[in-house]
Design a protein. Structure first.
Length: 319
């Protein structure tokens, strides 16, 4: 990305004024350390000018992720997020992780969302914070109950696999009429999304001249040849407590699903009750006497299966 400049543009009509971006900003004026690269200011004094800046900012071309040498915590922030302007509480600690998820996988992301905070700000109809990129691609999101979200997400995986198997059967049936090199390429696994989409575009161009139901269905459903990233998302009330049985079952099956636990160490959406993720001695709004038992180690429990990879992330943690 040499020869280019980076700008962090605030949406003046959507900023909730939580001040978190200013607090964590490491760039300070050497002559006046109280002045940072981003600072709080009066909305009324800056609204008109910043609206013009933001309108111009939206017209700038998006970064092509394929141009990045690698995607890491720095370069990922150059990718347009497909989760924006949610109705979450000001300074919410959950939404940055979902935003990051959409920057990494957003144009092929399927989300099964457990009821909780993430279902309130994620699906507060008639609006939604999930959006699409310039090509019209974006996350597909659906909300389930506390108790069956993991099974709900497993259904996503099984459904996508069945659709893909059906598309491959249609491809094989039409293979004699298609270029051998293209058919072989489409049958390969682990192909990056953008090269695969170019292959699908070539396939659809060829199928446009074909007659028959198989060709029509293959052209309609060929996008299932692009690998989908399936995520089960919910809070600790879901993953540690009410939905734990289903989550344990799904992760025992070796199916290709991912889980994001938005662990706030209590039931946040219902006001602050203790959960099994609440640490020993911790006080919550409706548990003022303190937690009398240690928190459950969900990661260790899942790692006992041997095939489950567990990682923790804290965007606010010290490096």
């Amino acid at each position: 990305m040499r020869g280019q400049k980076y700008v962090l543009q605030v949406a003046p009509e959507d900023c909730t004024g939580c001040n978190l971006c200013v607090e964590v900003c490491p760039a300070k004026d050497r002559q006046n350390p109280e002045i940072k690269a981003i600072n709080m200011a009066s909305r009324l004094d800056n609204l008109t000018a910043e609206k013009d800046n933001y309108d111009f900012f939206l017209q700038l071309p998006e970064i092509d992720p394929a141009q990045l040498e690698r995607i890491d915590i720095r370069t990922s922030q150059l990718i347009t997020p497909l989760f924006e302007y949610s109705g979450a509480c000001s300074g919410c600690g959950e939404t940055p992780y979902i935003k990051l998820l959409t920057q990494l996988y957003g144009d092929r992301l399927l989300i099964a969302n457990a009821t909780g905070c993430s279902s309130i700000y994620g699906g507060n109809l008639p609006t939604t914070p999930y959006t699409t990129n310039a090509e019209g691609r974006g996350p597909a999101w659906a909300n389930s109950l506390f108790e069956d979200n993991a099974e709900f997400g497993l259904g996503f995986r099984l459904t996508v696999d069945q659709h893909r198997a059906r598309v491959l059967r249609l491809l094989n049936s039409l293979a004699p009429q298609l270029p051998e090199q293209l058919v072989n390429a489409l049958q390969m696994d682990d192909v990056a999304p953008e090269p695969r989409r170019k292959q699908i575009a070539e396939l659809r161009t060829l199928l446009a001249s074909f007659e028959g139901e198989d060709a029509r269905q293959l052209a309609a459903d060929a996008d299932y040849l692009v690998d989908k990233s399936i995520w089960l998302i919910g809070g600790d009330g879901w993953a540690y407590d009410i939905g734990f049985g289903g989550l344990d079952h799904v992760l025992s099956l070796t199916e290709n699903v991912n889980v994001l636990v938005l662990d706030t160490q209590c039931y946040s959406n219902t006001g602050g009750q203790q959960s099994k993720a609440t640490p020993l001695g911790a006080v919550t709004k409706f548990g003022e006497h303190g937690k009398r038992k240690a928190r459950k180690d969900l990661g260790v429990s899942m790692m006992m299966y041997g095939h489950v990879y567990v990682a923790q992330i804290s965007l606010g943690g010290a490096a």
